[in-house]
Design a protein around this ligand. Structure first.
Ligand code: PLP
Length: 422
């Protein structure tokens, strides 16, 4: 019963160092967020000890009376948050949720059609080395080469040509809203099931700041840990009872054994918090922050330095920086921002002329900083720091000092003395 620091000082040190890193830098990876302490507490709990194969009230193990309450709460809160008839909250991750979705609505060898990986799609939407590209016959639609937008006429044309069994809407790097009604029409026209993977935008959808796919899609999957700000995990929703039965059997026993009950309890807490006004305000600051970033990175001095933003702006929680005209590539940009204390990831831009390891883009997201409390003033300062850092010969020490002023002004987990002390 000794504390971690005594049992395993090396791992305790990793936790300390990681907490220090998160506190002392600006986290701008678009898929990341900071969970509330209540979520840390639920997740780091005795529920990790419990086996609970099956579903609430229908388990293959005894002693599930309390974890049943946690899972039932997570299900009912997910349904009410998104207005869905059914929810499965057991997927360990977004990728396993997506594997279960495809298993429920397609047979191996069936055609699937999703957004091209290099244009912002996700691995699980048909990438060659992923299960989705190996098990299914994967096809892709791309963004328009001029506007960088998903052109629904082009999606329709591709769908008519491919005749997919599953049409996939969803992305990992795209900065505009999706037209779910148009996807529905196309799916109906070609006889496809419509699956929406809203992993990136589920927090915005919960706050009603992005249209919801739930009324349009046959199945919606999501992660819990991106804009939604909960534990690292996935979930699936549908309005169709027959589909729900297939989804349930394809999560367990199809993809998984025992559900992670500590994570499911943490999901329940995250769904509860996502229905509160503070959460809606946070999502609004998230989008506003990304828009401020886009404005500053398309200002005349930035453009003069070769910096630009794909689609000219954003409607969501991220900005796709276009460095095709800049002397530095995405890897150099990621490194220089790392030096000033801002964490982002490099990203290919569609039709990227540079190679994948040194691509021409950066993906910069605002969810974690909005969670930290940032508003217009702070995001303007962040945007100016980034713009300065990306221009030639930046004063790294001065920019690092400006970053530290921001991180000091918005302490992360202020009462948390050691990483395991909640
Ligand atoms: N779907 C989309 C659209 C994503 O962007 C991601 C994460 O990057 C996933 C699914 C996979 O989630 P996970 O990393 O939890 O497997």
């Amino acid at each position: 019963d000794s504390p971690l620091a005594d049992v395993d000082p090396e791992i305790a040190q990793v936790l300390e160092q990681e907490l220090g890193r998160q506190r002392g830098t600006l986290e701008m990876i678009a898929s990341e967020n900071f969970v509330p302490r209540a979520v840390l507490e639920a997740q780091g709990s005795v529920l990790t000890n419990k086996y609970a194969e099956g579903y609430p009230g229908r388990r293959y193990y005894g002693g599930c009376e309390f974890v049943d309450v946690a899972e039932s709460l997570a299900i009912s809160r997910a349904k009410s948050l998104f207005g869905a008839a059914y929810a499965n909250v057991q997927p360990h991750s977004g990728a396993t949720a997506n594997a279960a979705v495809l298993a429920a609505i397609a047979q191996p060898g069936d055609r699937i059609l999703g957004l091209e990986l290099a244009h912002g799609g996700h691995l699980t939407h048909g990438m060659r080395l992923n299960f989705s590209g190996k098990l299914y016959e994967a096809h892709a639609y791309g963004v328009d080469p001029q506007s960088y937008l998903i052109d629904m006429d082009a999606v329709r044309e591709k769908a008519r040509e491919v005749k997919p069994h599953v049409l996939i809407a969803g992305w990992s790097a795209y900065s505009r809203q999706l037209d779910f009604a148009a996807y529905r029409e196309i799916a109906d026209e070609v006889g496809a099931k419509l699956w929406v993977d809203m992993a990136h935008i589920s927090g915005l959808v919960a706050a009603k700041l992005h249209p919801s796919p739930v009324p349009y899609a046959d199945v919606v999957s999501s992660t819990v840990h991106k804009t939604l700000g909960g534990p690292r995990a996935g979930f699936i929703m549908t309005n169709d009872l027959e589909l729900q039965k297939k989804i349930n059997s394809n999560v367990f026993p199809g993809q998984q054994g025992g559900p992670l009950m500590h994570v499911i309890a943490a999901k329940a807490t995250a769904f509860k918090l996502a229905a509160e006004p503070e959460f809606i305000d946070r999502q609004a600051r998230t989008i506003r922050g990304a828009q401020i970033l886009a404005e500053r990175l398309t200002a005349p001095d930035a453009v003069a330095a070769g910096i630009d933003v794909l689609t000219g702006g954003t409607d969501v929680h991220l900005v796709l920086v276009d460095l095709r005209n800049a002397p530095i590539h995405g890897q150099e940009a990621e490194d220089i921002l790392h030096e000033v204390g801002i964490t982002v990831n490099r990203n290919a831009v569609p039709f990227d002329p540079r190679p994948p390891m040194t691509p021409s883009g950066l993906r910069i997201g605002t969810p974690a900083l909005a969670t930290r409390g940032f508003g217009d003033v702070e995001f303007t300062e962040v945007a100016d720091i980034i713009a300065e850092a990306l221009k030639p010969a930046p004063d790294v020490a001065a920019l690092r000092a400006r970053v530290l002023k921001l991180t000091d002004g918005y302490p992360l987990y202020p009462g948390l003395e050691s990483p395991g002390s909640w």
